[in-house]
Design a protein around this ligand. Structure first.
Ligand code: IFG
Length: 526
């Protein structure tokens, strides 16, 4: 997007925001975001524009969810199951009438995820151009309801929604959550829970880190020992596990019902001890290393000089691509400290060809941009940026090659970083990341030479070397994941810790109602 166009859009957004503000606020030179006003509902991510109106809509036993066309059915059934569980109301889904209307007949013109939401005493209307836009609007409607709507058991009413006019659409196309199921294995049920929690914050990508030194977690029919043997172990000798291909399909379907794209990662050429331990013939010396249950990184490498390595990757990527409706296969590429640079560069070129052969685009950690990669690839920036911008060459090289970047800086977005030195879980190699540090950064201003148009979006990875249960994962992810989802969704002009802290605080009672374990950061007035 040209700079002139961008600034025109930005000032238009400001005018919209100003217009959305009550008259007295319009006199100020730099209007605060409408959502900062006391009466405004506390939403995360904060919408582009929000205007509080009079009137209140009561959801009752007579309320219907109305979808004029089939496009709205996925969003409608998601909303129905959520509301039926906590209100106990039947909430039938009808094709016409009044009530909660989800209308995807278009006319919003803000991309696939844009929507308009209006609440009056007569009902709720969500307009969008697609079912995905309706689904994102439903997540906002959810937060307009009292926290007890998140309860898994029937609660007493009333179920009032106060009057509001909202226009909303994402700043960045990609808002991802990554879960490392290799260091510790998490069941399909646990993965579904993690996906469901993230869907509430308009996350639209779920990156599954399926293989590493400590475990291989996806059954590959043509190489059965990968899962059967390579899936046995986990960090600290904890129980391993793996997904059958039916399990993986179930995860993909569950994510799809939430308009979330699954991105499978097979980390290569480093982080491959589990695969190398499963097949001696994959090793340069023909000898299989022992399974590894420690937490070091960088000691393993596929044998980039052997043909069998590429036959292996061809089989793995072929099977995975068939199971993955999304456009990306993530091939890792990080911390290949045991692979010579020139071998690494050749390797990435070969793997990219295999990914293309099966109709997908390559995603990888930013080191892949040290190789020549095609413009449909995506590189994820993760290394902490020092003041002198050292370590940012790969990201800049990606931008120079026209390759889009996902921003996942370890010292901001890694949810396994301790909050404080007292945090019992997690690591601190990238520093301590309290709630504010995870929120107070701009993906388009982090790296010199990487601007708004180079950024595809943001991602919040959680590495599980130190986590064994889902509630431990939730404790490290909440409250930080919603903040990163807001950075990816909301306009840069709305980004302010002062405004955000009271809005994220209002999520606390919702997590209590939904039995989400979270860190009560002293920085947030929960
Ligand atoms: N870096 C490693 C991860 C994990 C992480 C823990 C990347 C891309 C440290 N690679 O982050 O495997 O060990 O914080």
């Amino acid at each position: 997007m040209s700079r002139r166009l961008t600034s025109a859009l930005a000032s238009a957004a400001l005018i919209t925001l100003a217009a959305a503000l009550p008259a007295d606020a319009q006199s100020t030179a730099t209007p605060t975001h409408a959502s900062a006003h006391a009466s405004a509902p506390k939403l995360v991510p904060v919408p582009v524009s929000l205007h509080v109106t009079s009137g209140t809509y009561q959801i009752t036993a007579k309320t219907k969810i109305v979808v004029p066309s089939g496009t709205g059915l996925r969003a409608a059934s998601y909303l129905a199951s959520l509301l039926r569980r906590s209100t106990g109301f039947p909430l039938p889904i009808a094709r016409e009438g009044a009530g909660i209307v989800l209308d995807a007949s278009g006319g919003v013109g803000q991309g696939d995820e844009g929507y308009r939401l209006s609440v009056t005493s007569d009902g709720v209307l969500i307009n969008a151009d697609t079912g995905e836009g309706l689904f994102r609007g439903v997540q906002t409607l959810r937060q307009l309801l009292p926290a007890k709507v998140e309860s898994h058991a029937k609660q007493a009413g009333p179920w009032a929604v106060s009057g509001v006019e909202i226009e909303d659409y994402p700043r960045f196309a990609y808002r991802g959550a990554m879960l490392d199921v290799a260091r510790h294995f998490f069941s399909v049920k646990q993965v579904k829970r993690y996906i469901d929690l993230a869907a509430a914050y308009k996350v639209n990508a779920f990156h599954l880190h399926l293989s590493d030194d400590q475990g291989w977690r996806i059954a590959i029919k043509s190489w059965p020992r990968l899962a059967k043997f390579g899936g046995r172990t986990a960090v600290d000798g904890d129980p391993g596990g793996y997904y059958t291909q039916a399990d993986y399909r179930e995860i993909v379907k569950y994510a799809q019902q939430r308009f979330i794209t699954v991105i499978p990662e097979i980390d290569t050429p480093g982080h491959t001890n589990a695969a190398l331990a499963s097949y001696a013939k994959l090793n340069c010396d023909g000898k299989a290393p022992k399974p590894y249950t420690g937490t070091d990184v960088g000691f393993s490498s596929l044998c980039t000089g052997k043909d069998i390595t590429y036959a292996f990757l061809d089989d793995v990527i072929r099977e995975l691509a068939k199971l993955t409706p999304g456009p990306y296969i993530h091939i890792g590429g990080d911390e290949a400290h045991s692979t010579k640079q020139k071998d690494y560069v050749k390797f990435i070129g070969k793997v990219q060809k295999i990914v293309h052969k099966y109709g997908k685009s390559m995603m990888g950690w930013e080191e892949i941009a040290n190789a020549k990669i095609s413009q449909d690839s995506v590189a994820a920036h993760w290394n902490p940026v020092t003041g002198t911008q050292e370590g940012t060459e790969p990201a800049r090289s990606a931008a120079k090659q026209g390759v889009k970047l996902i921003m996942a800086p370890a010292d901001r977005a890694y949810l396994d970083m301790k909050y404080t030195h007292k945090t019992p879980l997690g690591q601190d190699w990238a520093g301590l990341v309290e709630a504010r540090r995870a929120y107070d950064w701009d993906p388009a201003k982090l790296i010199t030479g990487v601007g708004e148009s180079d950024v595809l979006g943001v991602e919040a990875p959680i590495w599980t070397e130190t986590m064994k249960t889902l509630s431990e994962v939730e404790y490290m992810a909440y409250p930080r994941l919603p903040g990163i989802a807001e950075i990816g969704w909301s306009p840069a002009s709305s980004h302010s810790w002062r405004g955000y802290r009271s809005r994220i605080a209002a999520q606390g009672p919702r997590w209590v109602a939904g039995s989400v374990s979270f860190y009560r950061s002293p920085q947030i007035p929960f």
